[in-house]
Design a protein. Structure first.
Lengths: 193, 262
């Protein structure tokens, strides 16, 4: 199985590679459109600021590449947010795979949300053998609202999509590569899709 | 619901854990990676590695250690100790650190916080502050608490927040090493003042102290070293107790530990 991690210059993606290796698989970091389009599983990570990240993706022409993907693709954190139509962060145009706007947390709680949160509910194969009571590690100031695409719901002052799916595109707001046993299980579930 | 975090801190010198550790069944108690995996497995929510190496080789050896930790540890970790430039931070993040903590360098040059945040994002920039209460005034201290400054603790953490810090790691020098509890009053004041997470450090001696730091100190996370290293407080047991007191906490069950060992 060919596993790639889209490397467009953002954030800590070594950790994701290491987490996949700990599960006994090999993943390649790549910015080659050809290599990404020939993969069996694609990870689309993201850490940092939306506008900047989207600009880097566009500069490398990888926005078109990601949109064309037909294989299971997992957006992580900012990667998931960039799958949406638009983000309030820097008023950024996303990939437009989901017809929704990424919003900033507007509540009395601390922003960013940093730490371990659990789910109100989960559904689908990505969460096989994972219970809603399992915790995942997140760091974010913006969130994807609930919608038809939501496959896991968590709450931080407001309920939000902690995971989503539209066709072959999956997204998780948390960092499975940093979420101990539960995160490893989710990565394994994705690799077995 | 977001949980409170329990964070063991490992002091590192020349790539070895110092201050001593007391895990009888570890092959090598001084190996930070082995100790870190142990903590991760038994329910630590994050780890902090504080490098106190003073040699010229420091930067290179720390980067190597960070890479090893990132390969083996599946929870987030922060690296601190003498970090003073964009280059320092860049190397550590590239090697797999999730966050870095900056301390003296930020007090000496506050715009460094803005520069790091613009470059790497708030989420990975922790501003660590050592402070001491002198005649009712909390004053920031530098170089691991050795050098006093006239800077007021609360003014400084507000400024650091405004400059984009993602978290504050506050160590009370009055409480550090005393095992008599955290600086709950100062922590609660700080929590009202700033709207980013606060990690409390200094003073952990027993389970009650952790209950208090979350209930009275309103801390988002509690950091400790010796009570964990010397196995005075097993992390799993601590978390069960906190949960029973109604504090939201991530419990690691025996089943999950078993599952991960297989």
């Amino acid at each position: 199985m060919k596993i790639v991690i889209v490397d467009y210059g953002v954030g800590n993606i070594q950790s994701l590679k290491f987490a996949i290796e700990r599960l006994g698989y090999q993943a390649r970091l790549t910015e080659s459109s050809e290599e990404i389009l020939n993969a069996d599983k694609v990870f689309f990570p993201g850490v940092g600021e939306a506008k900047n990240a989207m600009a880097m993706l566009n500069d490398k022409g990888l926005d078109q590449t990601v949109r064309q993907l037909k294989v299971p693709t997992l957006g992580i954190c900012l990667g998931m947010q960039l799958m949406c139509q638009q983000s309030e962060e820097g008023n950024t145009q996303g990939l437009g795979l989901l017809p929704c706007v990424v919003k900033r947390f507007e509540n009395h709680l601390k922003v960013p949300q940093i730490g371990w949160n659990h789910f109100d509910w989960v559904k689908g194969d990505l969460f096989q053998s994972l219970k809603p009571t399992e915790y995942m590690y997140s760091v974010h100031s913006y969130y994807v609202p609930l919608g038809d695409w939501t496959i896991a719901c968590s709450d931080y002052g407001t309920p939000y999509s902690s995971a989503l799916q539209i066709d072959n595109f999956y997204g998780v707001q948390f960092h499975p590569e940093k979420s101990s046993f539960s995160g490893s299980q989710l990565l394994l579930n994705f690799l077995k899709l | 619901m977001l949980t409170k975090r329990i964070i063991p801190c490992l002091d590192i010198k020349d790539n070895r854990t110092v201050k001593g550790v007391n895990f009888l069944d570890l092959r090598d108690a001084g190996d930070p990676v082995e100790l870190a995996s142990r903590y991760a497995k038994y329910g630590a929510d994050e780890l902090v590695f504080l490098d106190i190496t003073a040699t010229h080789e420091k930067r290179k050896t720390l980067a190597e250690l960070v890479l090893k930790v990132a390969q083996q540890i599946d929870i987030p970790f922060t690296v601190g100790g003498g970090i003073s430039s964009i280059e320092d931070v860049s190397v550590l993040l590239q090697n797999g650190a999730d966050k870095v903590s900056i301390n003296s360098a930020a007090v000496k040059n506050p715009p460094l916080i803005n520069d790091l945040v613009d470059r790497f994002g708030s989420q990975c920039i922790v501003v660590a502050v050592d402070a001491k209460k002198i005649e009712d005034q909390w004053k920031v201290h530098l170089v691991g608490g050795k050098v006093p400054t006239p800077v007021d603790l609360f003014e400084w953490v507000s400024e650091a927040t405004d400059r984009g810090a993602g978290e504050i790691l506050f160590t009370s020098m009055n409480h550090d090493g005393t095992k008599a509890g955290f600086a709950n009053e100062a922590l609660a004041t700080m929590s009202k003042l700033i709207n980013i997470p606060i990690i409390a450090s200094g003073g952990a001696g027993n389970i009650h102290h952790f209950i208090e730091v979350f209930k009275k100190g309103k801390a988002d996370a509690a950091l400790a070293a010796s009570v964990f290293h010397y196995k005075e407080i097993p992390i799993g047991y601590l978390k069960e107790k906190l949960s029973k007191k109604g504090i939201p906490i991530r419990l690691v069950t025996k089943e999950t530990i078993q599952r991960s060992i297989k």
